[in-house]
Design a protein around this ligand. Sequence first.
Ligand code: ATP
Ligand code: LTN
Length: 333
Amino acid sequence: MSEITEKKKVLSCIQPSGMLTLGNYLGALKNWVNMQEEFDCTFAVADLHAITVRQEPAKLRSQIYSTYAIMLALGLDPEKSTLFIQSQVPEHTALSWLLSCNTQFGEMSRMTQFKDKSAKHADNVNVGLFSYPVLMAADILLYKPDFVPVGADQKQHLEIARDIAERFNRIYGDVFTIPEAYIPKTGARVMSLQDPEKKMSKSDENANAWVAILDDKDTIIRKFKRAVTDSDNRIIVSEDKKGVSNLITIYSAVTGKTSSEIEKEFEGKGYGDFKLAVGEAVADELAPIKANYERFISDKAELERLFKEGAQSAERVARKTYFKAMKKVGFVL
Ligand code: ATP
Ligand code: LTN
């Protein structure tokens, strides 16, 4: 007798807040593609999250399209996974209100990303920036995922989502699945190429600090050649060699080689050779994505067709969870 086992569910989102980086790719997106076959996956462009910092409307619009096109270019397949744009499924904001009223001010105040971003955008410390993890919890809980693939910086937000879900279930009865973060072993925290104490971020003003998924080969190699290292010229992982360690992590995440294999491979060689090898490996990995991207972004009508379909199927799932939560809280449907 054949046994039908249901696939476990996966959900994740990415903000369309600029050029996606190698950090986004190694920390999150690469895993999304790897998970697509084994799991029932839902992935979204988290455009509502992007306006927690000021965005120029025309630029935001074009970045929403390009982020969706990158998801397709990576190999995410709308026939296998649900791919949609967050703002097109209104249950996200609706559920986020129910969750907000069950989240404490004190627990939100501990979020380190809020502290960092409010320091960086001191002229616009808006309420959305503060309550953003509640919207993120809604994004997740609507789809009842078992796993949420994210980079290490999102761990704290995932924990809050779990806390919110557990509390809601305890007060009102079972509605939400408690999700687990799925953080990669290598590449969970890719650091800036210019300041290896900081995470690689697309909002870094210094363009040499980050590699964009859509950078061309020459640009990628140039950025790696300029990567900040140190003066001791040994290619080893070490706490006091953050720049070199970061390059080893990147090379390892892209090639699948372990750190000790990499240390052996480059024993006796200099930083010049090593940086070139890392740059080339990264450029080779990203080249097909860039080529696919050009194809997807040039057909707007097809992109629109795909994301509308994606939103419809996402909403079918989201609506059920949302109505159930509303009912439990005591609303009349
Ligand atoms: P910003 O850097 O502008 O603050 P972000 O890149 O952190 O934004 P998102 O685009 O929403 O924000 O991130 C999408 C995913 O990429 C998340 O899962 C996040 O954890 C991951 N990610 C982002 N930066 C890195 C990094 N440097 N290393 C590993 N993973 C990362
Ligand atoms: N907060 C995340 C992006 C994000 C997300 C989500 C990730 C929004 N909603 C739901 C996983 C699940 C970020 O800033 N990187």
